[in-house]
Design a binder for this molecule. Structure first.
Ligand SMILES: Nc1ncnc2c1ncn2[C@@H]1O[C@H](COP(=O)(O)OP(=O)(O)OP(=O)(O)O)[C@@H](O)[C@H]1O
Ligand SMILES: [Mg+2]
Length: 255
């Protein structure tokens, strides 16, 4: 059965598949999804009003929250009952709604920690990063204008800089799937522009699920959009398609 599911997912090119997923908190249905799938190298945007279940969807994919019933597959593997560390090891990376960088560490030290295989007890045995890794860190920090702040402790960064540092940390960890929760929240227009460019560049080598409220931002980055409302998929399609959907207008866009 497992082998068959694997073959089916690989054959259809899906990176993420959810089937009949229900997440219930004391009887409250936070997520109730019949079918949801994301292709390899797709950038899917998920929108929906507050409390729609967007973060819970990411929690289910990353294994932070267990489904009450249903199945979750990542890259052909049934991850429904796997611990979150195992799922991360399979290639699921996550950027949370609030940045989670280490305040007392410098920008460079945060990036070092994000390198694959760094956050474990063997860190001291692995030794220092390779020249290639160091060059990759410099290139990424240059892309997000953080090179001048290489040795600045993260606590002195602006909100936008912290968001970029965290996205850069996610990229250097090189996951197959990036779950990005509200990357444009609280950013200035110029900061939002750079964030949109970054996410579009990432699509070449990664699969992304981006949660966002800012509709201009969504229009710029999203080809296919999933609209959640009260835990359910309300609509799924291009920006034009979902914008015309009467149910979407009533639940979200018309407000
Ligand atoms: N651990 C939990 N226990 C109980 N209820 C929860 C839990 N996590 C989420 N919920 C509820 O599930 C619903 C969906 O929450 P979720 O955080 O996924 O929404 P969201 O779409 O990300 O909203 P926002 O736009 O505000 O970030 C909300 O009503 C929330 O209160
Ligand atoms: Mg949320």
């Amino acid at each position: 059965m497992v082998a068959a599911a694997h073959a089916a997912d690989v054959a259809t090119g899906h990176m993420v598949v959810l089937k009949d997923v229900l997440v219930s908190f004391d009887g409250f249905k936070a997520l109730d999804i019949k079918a949801f799938s994301v292709d390899c190298n797709e950038l899917r945007v998920v929108i929906g009003p507050n409390g729609a279940g967007k973060t819970t969807l990411c929690d289910v994919i990353s294994g932070k929250t267990r489904v009450t019933s249903g199945k979750v597959h990542f890259d052909g593997v049934d991850t429904t009952h796997l611990p979150d560390v195992e799922i991360a090891r399979l290639g699921v990376g996550r950027k949370f709604q609030t940045p989670t960088v280490f305040d007392s560490l410098t920008v460079y030290e945060n990036m070092e920690l994000a390198l694959p295989g760094r956050r474990n007890v063997w860190r001291n045995l692995i030794g220092s990063e390779t020249t290639a890794q160091r060059e990759q860190i410099f290139a990424l920090l240059n892309r997000v204008n953080l090179l001048p702040d290489l040795n600045t402790p993260a606590k002195y960064l602006s909100h936008g800089q912290r968001q970029w540092l965290e996205i850069s940390m996610l990229i250097v960890a090189d996951p197959k799937l990036l779950l990005v929760d509200e990357p444009a929240a609280g950013l200035t227009d110029r900061e939002t522009d750079l964030t949109a460019e970054l996410l579009l560049e990432l699509k070449a080598q990664h699969t992304l699920i981006v949660i966002e409220h800012d509709m201009d931002f969504v229009r710029r980055i999203g080809k296919r959009i999933t609209v959640l409302n009260e835990g359910k998929v309300l609509a799924d399609g291009t920006m034009d398609e979902v914008q015309k959907d009467p149910a979407v207008i009533e639940a979200y866009l018309g407000r």
